[in-house]
Design a protein around this ligand. Sequence first.
Ligand code: NAP
Length: 290
Amino acid sequence: MINKLCIIGVGLIGGSLSRALRKQGYCKHVTGCSRDASHLQRAVELGVIDDYDTDITKAVQGADMIVVAVPLGAMQAVFTAMRPALAEHVVITDVGSSKASVVEAAKAGLVERYQDFVPGHPIAGTEKSGVEASFSELFLQRKVILTPIAETRPEAVEAVRTMWQTAGAEVVALEVSHHDDVLAATSHLPHVLAFTLVESMAQMGDRDEIFQYAAGGFRDFTRIASSDPVMWADICLANHDALLAAVTGFQADLDKLHSAIERGDRQALMDLFTRAKQARDRYAEGQTEQ
Ligand code: NAP
């Protein structure tokens, strides 16, 4: 049970976590914090938080759990601002999509309180942003990856694990750089491909005509290109090494496809599409079993 939960960044992820925990009766009080009071007022009206303060030092006062759910580029400033006002027993965690950059930001911003920080990342989301898009079922049966490092207090890890389990998630632990490599391939690369495909098509000839004839495949493949540009620019910069490696690997595979089409190599195309279909079908079966 959390006495006072402070959510910094009451958007899709922060708002959904608060909703899920409140539904389970797991928090006595939830205080929100972000830059814009009108967003926080809306969160109060929606029943997502009890109250709010745009001043971080006031919002975190007396909190026993703080969840930082702001874009990656804002993390360090948030950690730095909260440090003088942290309660003695507090546990701090985040939800950022890349972990090495957050670990660095937390070390720099929290200094001696760094041991109270547990890096985390829920593998759940949508292409929508803001508190209006939040919902309490977002984390049900979804994975949350924690990437504690040597200094992290074990009790802090347990508190964060229990919080996410209460929200309905399955909690797993990964090493920081392994997390960033895996997520670069499974999430960050697909997002940058979707953005780039839509951008390429938007620049082709008569844009209105191209989109007019776009079919279901385009819709399925590009849904995530409606995601927030601020968040994705931050992710690309924060996880640049792992993402560049994934993009380079993909470019090499695209070159192979290009040359198979160029030389009319039906067998090469069949082999590639068959392997990909089998891998996708296995993944989809695993999803329906969950
Ligand atoms: P979001 O819906 O846009 O929410 C972000 C929140 O942060 C907003 O409430 C915003 O409110 C606040 N904020 C922005 N800059 C701030 C600052 N400098 N100081 C304080 N508050 C600030 O974004 P989200 O999708 O929830 O993403 C939040 C985090 O979750 C990101 O780090 C992202 O990498 C991670 N994540 C996202 C997904 C996903 O699919 N969306 C999945 C997993 C993890 P104000 O405008 O009022 O400041």
